[in-house]
Design a protein around this ligand. Structure first.
Ligand SMILES: Nc1nc2c(ncn2[C@@H]2O[C@H](COP(=O)(O)OP(=O)(O)O)[C@@H](O)[C@H]2O)c(=O)[nH]1
Ligand SMILES: [Mg+2]
Length: 207
């Protein structure tokens, strides 16, 4: 079946491991800081404004959403990090359900690590990169909110992030599971070329 991001169903809303879907499908996983633009990008990818609820106020419940796309793969929306959670959860970097998700054996085709192009990588983003490498999970950086910068500032930001990623890869060698140069997107721009590039990237990973 061809992947056109036409048919998208919310298959599971999971607060814990028992609620993860059992059907073995390739998975594309989205992670990033709260407010990085994850829900907005999900909606843009699937051309649906209401798929994942976008919000300015990060939710308290830590949920994993599994969307089935074109009956071909899951798009997995993990809880955003970097937002003060309940006091008991405060010391943990990533939510409990995120740990459960990554520790379970699943068909992970790639993680999309979303980074706000204006902010670049923060400590928690590098920790997520280390975490993914530790579990040998391939990851791809997606730079969000490109429209918030001028064309020349976009390029400056993108190149400095590419430099940092290349430095890191040089140090880690085969222990780095980082895939290609960052894909830059604007989820609020109609027919954004970056969003289409990202669809193509996803299609190539799940095939
Ligand atoms: N200008 C612009 N704003 C965006 C873009 N993506 C998200 N936003 C805004 O950033 C805020 C957070 O987005 P949201 O998708 O809820 O972030 P999440 O917490 O990562 O799911 C919202 O106000 C969005 O409208 C984008 O590509 N361009
Ligand atoms: Mg969200």
């Amino acid at each position: 079946m061809s992947i056109r991001f036409n048919k998208v169903d919310l298959t599971a809303v999971a607060a814990q491991i028992e609620q993860f879907p059992k059907r073995p499908l390739a998975e594309i996983i989205m992670v990033g800081r709260s407010n990085v633009g994850k829900s907005t990008l999900l909606n843009a990818l699937c051309r649906n404004k209401n798929l994942a609820r976008t919000s300015r106020t990060p939710g308290k419940t830590q949920l994993v959403l599994f969307f089935t796309v074109d009956d071909s793969f899951y798009l997995v929306d993990l809880p955003g990090y970097g937002y003060a959670q309940t006091s008991r959860e405060q010391e943990r970097k990533f939510s409990r359900v995120t740990d459960q998700y990554f520790q379970q054996e699943r068909l992970r085709a790639a993680v999309l690590l979303l980074i706000d192009i204006r902010r670049g990588f923060g400590d928690l983003d590098w920790q997520m990169a280390d975490y993914l490498d530790h579990y040998h999970i391939p990851w791809q950086v997606v730079l969000t909110k490109a429209d918030k910068l001028s064309r020349s500032k976009q390029n400056d930001a993108r190149f400095s992030i590419i430099r940092e990623l290349n430095e890191r890869r040089k140090v880690l060698g085969a222990e780095s599971f980082h895939l290609e140069d960052p894909i830059m997107v604007s989820a609020t721009t109609a027919n954004d070329a970056g969003v289409e590039n990202l669809r193509r990237f996803i299609t190539s990973r799940v095939k």
